[in-house]
Design a protein around this ligand. Structure first.
Ligand code: GAL
Length: 991
């Protein structure tokens, strides 16, 4: 006999039973009871297990305990299944609205006491803030209802089912349901009751819902209230004590807007909030009011009459141990970190976050694009056939989702745009959602990227548009067709404000080109900036069988289909460590910019509305990276959008060292997100006197042969370096390979790839095909003079006729050891190259090289298209800290523009290198690592890198840029490294 199929899982209707209408998530003084904590739990492999567990008297003693909120796949070490990561793919057959019979189903039970004092409640409501994906609820054996919409709040009326004293609530949660087809976001699938469960006593004469819409105009504020309460609950009083507001509305008809003189506006920069209450005799609701007016005027998006530039990030709810379970402290610290890195906006990709997050956003100050819980990306594969977005059967579900989204969070001043969802194709149901929002909230615009032609949304939005395309969008009548648009549709889109809802895919080492996008925003007022994809990696903390911890990504849990490490694409590693890209971002978008001009410096304030009175300006001078003087700049306050010009400090310029002036804008006082002294913006000016580069001294008396030879601190055996300053060192050997970044590993789309790319093939594959990771050397010649050694090598790979000639010159120049390497590619190389460098090996010997001090760009790694966070200075680091622990090991650690490098072992200096610029003035970069590029490239996780005590020093004449090809444009041509001749010149001395 076939098992009885669950009637619920294939139901496209979002809810059944005693579900209450959507309303705001309010802070009320009415009694409530948290049902968070341990629940009894049982997991069944299918949706058809007996429903007897819902019975009041069911004996659940044998069941486990599971915490609520949690995801069952993250508890009990795999006993309840494992997380699954997919980006676009559905992890089940595409058979809408059906899901497989193998449908993990969690049954939850717990007892709770209804407090005696609740007997006069008019209604008892059971609220679920988030359950993935479909759930049914019983109270004391009575079925209450069911709901889906994982990241949305649902409230059930349980008044008639509850009783004084002991009660039992039972919840059945199905991992898969019809709703899974519209929740295909790029993230882990994580079933369970993962947000709070709360029992609410709703008082007679209480306030069912309240919406305080605010406006701001020229110093005046306005509160336009909507109060949902029985007429008998009136009078209702609005109080804003700080503004002296005490407005009593005797009847519902009296609720009219309140105008208030002398209010301070709310903005992301100055998030001024006023405490307010809305009360009846029975209930008081506490709100925090921010006064602001959102408006689209022409093609500009304005708040309080001023254009907004979004320096935003896409934020998922992701925690390495808790998944999407909200951790307020962690979330607050994350938001504070965003502020410290000059992030001013958040898109809640791709669903409403825990409601408390919006309280924090109001308080700390962010422009928020609040997105509905909706994505049907998996239908794209089939040409969007069967896409729920255009299927009338799903209309109700779509409308229910947007209604629950907007209603829950409508009071937040931080939310300035509503977003219908993400990557759900297009269709009538999305248009219906938009119409619903327009009718409900006329002020805040509607965003949805998938509306390419602009039929039903107010903002033109794109993801991963190239720099060139973005510029074309910014211009009028460039005539260039816009993606998916006819000329007239394109013209319509150009009448709207534009934003990049996603750009600069921050997967692994990258992205490049933040600065190019940023420059456009200040050139074309229609462009309103965008949201980096994305804020943080979603790695899940787990361990190898031998107990080594690591952050897991797709495939690490044995998933049948998965998308690998595409879920590791944040500017923050899973363990909260900011990657260099976040530092780059901070530097690129800094709200205060400096321009040096002769004896003056211009300070431009690019903020929305805040002046610079919160900042102090400090300067310092360094000679070859050593601080010599510093002071404070007297900078009068610069208002938003203005620039002030100020005299530069008089500084001491060194005759024989590089002189650099650095100006920092720092916080004058502590804020909620950073202490006084926190650096908001920085600029540097090179004040050095130009000094000549020593010429190469020609030599003529070359003798063939080499044998054993000493040149100063260098010892050679058969023409090859054996020791430097008594320490075993080998090299230099040509290194053209870097451990491919995620961008390097990404196939070209054939459209945006560089002129050296092949559609469907990654750069990394081209490099491996050319053998860059397995070069071999043939010595062509070795000659010496009394104080010099010259070798010529031909470097090439198995089965390749392409080669590189490397001429290595060692010589003593006024007693100093000089190395000059000339790299000359043969003709015929057709790809870009990852790098042109030489590698030295420094084996452990007596004491391993474990640290470096350098004068050059730092402190973090930098690449040709990601150089803005790097400043010229003197820095020190352990070898370990020179590398970033990207979730999938890849190229890391390159420090650009090297002048001098000292390698250390413990406290002692071992070797000193100084870099001589080439004839174009170009300086090399360096990488010091415990692993070769080839070793790094072999590892899929950090723990797979071999144990090593050898240090590998690579001096690069050049590196290829980073780009963001993993999802977006390739390296910009200017930063692409084509094979070319290069010279590396170093002076080397004992430490
Ligand atoms: C976008 C999508 C995001 C994410 C990103 C790639 O297409 O909206 O959710 O998948 O690509 O990481």
């Amino acid at each position: 006999m076939l098992p009885e199929l669950s009637p619920h899982v294939s139901d496209t209707a979002p809810a059944r039973g005693a579900l209450r209408p959507a309303r705001s998530w309010l802070h009320s003084d009415a009694p409530s009871l948290s049902l968070n904590g341990p629940w009894r739990f049982r997991l069944s492999p299918t949706a058809t297990a007996a429903e007897d567990f819902a019975a009041d008297d069911f004996a659940d003693h044998g069941w486990d305990h599971l915490p609520v909120p949690s995801h069952w796949v993250l508890e009990s070490d795999g006993a309840y299944g494992r997380p699954i990561y997919t980006n676009i793919q559905f992890p089940f057959p595409i058979d809408p609205p059906h899901v497989p019979d193998e449908n993990p189903t969690g049954d939850y039970r717990r007892h709770f006491d209804v407090p005696a004092g609740w007997s006069d409640a008019e209604r008892v409501v059971l609220r679920f803030d988030g359950v993935e994906s479909l759930f049914r609820v019983w109270v004391n054996g009575v079925e209450i209802g069911s709901a889906s919409g994982s990241r949305l709040a649902h409230e059930f009326d349980v008044t008639s089912a509850v009783r004084p004293g002991d009660n039992v609530v039972a919840v059945r949660v199905h991992q898969w349901s019809a709703a899974s087809y519209v929740e295909d976001q790029d993230q882990w699938w994580l079933p369970g009751i993962f947000r709070d469960v709360t029992l609410l006593a709703r008082p007679a004469g209480g306030i069912e819902d309240v919406w305080l819409r605010t406006g701001f105009d020229n110093g005046r504020g306005r509160v336009d209230a909507e109060v949902i309460a029985d007429a008998s609950a009136f009078p209702v009083t609005l109080r804003i004590p700080e503004l002296g507001v005490e407005q009593v509305w005797a009847t519902p008809a009296d609720v009219t807007p309140v105008d208030i003189a002398d209010v301070e506006p709310w903005s992301a920069e100055e998030p001024r909030l006023y405490d307010a209450t809305v009360s009846t005799a029975a209930e008081s609701i506490a709100l925090r009011v921010g006064f602001r007016t959102v408006e689209i005027r022409g093609d500009q998006f304005l708040v309080n009459g001023r254009r907004v530039v979004f320096h935003g990030v896409n934020r998922h709810e992701a925690h390495p141990e808790r998944g999407r379970v909200f951790d307020e402290e962690h979330a607050r610290e994350d938001l504070a970190r965003m502020k410290r890195f000059n992030v001013n906006a958040v898109r809640t990709s791709h669903y409403p976050p825990h409601p408390r997050l919006l309280d924090l956003a109001d308080e700390l100050g962010f422009w928020v694009v609040l997105e509905c819980d909706l994505e049907t990306h998996g239908f794209e594969k089939g040409g969007w056939v069967g896409n729920p977005s255009d299927d009338p059967t799903w209309r109700g579900a779509y409308l229910e989702r947007i209604e629950r989204t907007v209603e829950r969070d409508k009071n937040h001043p931080s939310i300035v745009i509503w977003s219908l969802g993400n990557e759900a194709g297009t269709g009538g149901n999305l248009a219906a959602m938009s119409a619903w929002v327009h009718a409900r909230d006329a002020e805040r615009p509607v965003h949805y990227e998938g509306d390419y032609t602009g039929e039903y949304t107010d903002i033109y939005s794109r993801m991963y548009a190239t720099v060139t395309e973005t510029e074309q969008i910014g211009t009028d009548g460039s005539g260039t067709p816009l993606l998916g648009c006819t000329p007239s549709q394109g013209a319509r889109q150009r009448t709207k404000p534009f934003l990049l809802c996603e750009y600069a895919h921050a997967m692994g080492n990258g992205p490049g080109a933040f600065d190019q996008y940023e420059a456009l925003v200040h050139q074309y007022p229609r462009l309103h900036g965008g949201f980096v994809w994305e804020w943080r990696d979603h790695g899940i903390l787990t361990t190898t069988p031998d107990g080594t911890p690591y952050y897991a990504y797709g495939g690490d849990f044995g998933e049948v289909v998965h998308d690998g490490n595409f879920v590791m694409d944040g500017m923050l590693l899973s363990n909260d460590v900011p990657t260099p890209s976040l530092h780059e971002y901070k530097a690129v978008v800094q709200p205060v910019r400096f321009t040096f001009d002769g004896d003056t410096v211009a300070v431009t304030n690019l903020r929305h509305s805040a002046d610079t009175s919160d900042l102090h300006f400090r300067w310092r001078v360094e000679h070859d990276g050593t601080p010599v003087e510093s002071g404070e700049l007297e900078v009068p306050v610069v208002t938003a959008g203005e620039a002030g010009r100020f005299a530069m400090p008089r500084i001491a310029v060194s005759p024989d060292a590089e002189t650099w002036l650095t100006i920092d804008a720092v916080l004058a006082a502590d804020t909620a997100w950073a202490p006084a002294g926190h650096v908001v913006a920085t600029a540097q000016l090179d004040c050095s006197i130009r000094r000549p580069v020593p010429a190469v001294r020609p030599r003529t008396d070359w003798q063939p042969g080499s044998g054993t030879l000493s040149l100063g601190i260098a010892e050679f055996i058969d023409g090859s370096l054996a020791r430097l300053a008594g320490r075993a060192v080998t090299g230099p050997r040509l290194e053209l390979f870097r451990a491919p970044t995620d961008n390097d590993e990404s196939p070209s789309d054939g459209v945006e790839g560089s002129d050296a790319s092949i559609a469907g093939v990654s750069n990394a594959d081209l490099w491996r095909a050319d053998g860059l990771d397995r070069l071999t050397t043939r010595r062509v010649s070795a000659e010496h003079t009394a104080d010099a050694l010259r070798t010529v090598d031909k470097v090439s790979a198995a089965n390749s006729a392409l080669s590189v000639t490397v001429e290595t010159n060692w010589s003593l120049e006024a007693g100093e050891l000089e190395l000059r390497v000339e790299v000359q590619p043969s003709s015929g190389w057709s790809t870009v190259w990852p790098r042109i460098g030489v590698r030295f090996e420094l084996p452990d010997g007596t004491a391993a090289v474990d640290g470096a001090t350098w004068f050059g760009l730092g402190p973090l790694e930098s690449y040709p298209d990601s150089l803005r966070a790097a400043r010229t200075g003197r820095f020190s680091s352990s070898v370990r800290d020179l590398s970033v622990d990207y979730a999938r090991p890849q190229e890391t650690g390159h420090r650009s523009e090297l002048r001098g490098l000292t390698l250390a072992s413990g406290e002692s200096e071992v070797l000193r290198f100084s870099a001589i610029p080439d004839t174009h003035g170009r300086r090399p970069g360096f990488t010091l690592s415990r692993h070769t590029p080839q070793e790094i490239a072999q590892a899929q996780h950090p723990f797979e890198r071999p144990e090593s005590t050898t240090s590998h020093l690579i001096i690069d004449a050049a590196q290829h840029g980073l780009g963001s090809r993993a999802c977006g444009p390739d390296v910009w041509p200017e930063f692409a490294l084509r094979p070319e001749s290069r010279t590396i010149r170093l002076r080397i001395a004992a430490g």
